[in-house]
Design a protein around this ligand. Sequence first.
Ligand code: ZN
Length: 428
Amino acid sequence: MGQIPQEKDLKIEFGCQFTLALPNVRLSTLLSAFTVLLPKILGDFVQKALIGYGELLMARRKKPFSCGRCGNEERFIWKTRCGKPTKVLTTFAWVTLGQMQIQCSGCGHKFSITRMLLGLDPYQRIAPEVRRKQGLLGALTTFRVAEKFMATFGATIDKMTIWRAVQKTGEEIAFSLDPKGEARGEADGTGIGIKGIKKRGKELKVLVQYMKGGAIRVAGIDIGSYNGNWDRLFKQSLKTLKEFKSFFLVTDGDTSILDGLKGKVTILYQRCLWHIPHQLKFALWQDKAKVKRKSPEWLSVMARIYDIVGIRSGIDSDEEIQALIALKTKKLDELVKDCRTKEYKHVVSYLENAKNDLFTGLSNKLEGKTSSRIERLFRTVNTRVNVGKWTTKGALNVTKVRLAYYYNGFDPTKEENPYPEGVAQVST
Ligand SMILES: [Zn+2]
């Protein structure tokens, strides 16, 4: 069924009458009474608007709908204007509406026009715009807090509804590169603690695109196992990547899926500091004639490299980073010197090669490059994912909504008022 045409001349008379017994007229008493009335008034308002509009359509010769059985578009009669109750979710509460049912005079087929007039699909109980608002709330704070906030304003939406809204909204969101953005980006991963998932949790991988003015936007996201597949992250952007003349990507991830775009995508590997101890073990093994695995000397080299690559997160001041680099460079030089004395040839050569990579991440941070912005992005994710219990899919969905809001301009509260001017005016 197509879009229902807007009616500029639709006027709804809305009067409501309720009898209330009040112990007093203190503001707090009135507000809580109003809170109780709210879903009833709202349901009444929606019902009356629907009936008013339904009457208007029924008075027309040609209807904006047709009989699903015989295709008749003109001859219908009312069966009921307020029949079998059905529930629809609003931003305030579930409201119960009596369905409007009509009958085709051609074939006798009976059907409800309530959802169609509301702009909902058959059987749909939640309008996407309502759900997106609740989805945003649930992504910005915990479900419990979201429920409390809404209750403060008289809404009676329970946290399970908000949870579902977050999941649905997250599923709707798909990130990809913006062809109008800069031809530069960064892909990085971080561990996120998902409760109930043993060991180190899962890894969140993000592809960000640099935008003019130094901002970043999210162009891809995935949650999977550590050192897992990076394909899913880049997959959604393959098409857009082809549209760029050339694209510069900084990452440590596995980019084999981009192999087909060689010459088009330049990849700069920013060696993950955590890989270095692992690779050093291999160099130590190559020097096994000089240093025995797990011997005190072997352990000492490993302990020193862990110390060198280890970075406490949260360092933001340039001076601190500079001092840290100086200290780590000194420690690394000492380690290289000692290993040279002990004739660990492979270790020396490995460490000398790794030296540049080792501090790229830190230096980028020093120059105010994106690393710190990506770290902030990861913190934005973790502040929400750290509260609550998630499945991998659940964590992915809440993260998508959250990042879309913070980085991609997604804001369901700003959705345009779908009503033309004048229609929603209330005459007093
Ligand atoms: Zn019919």
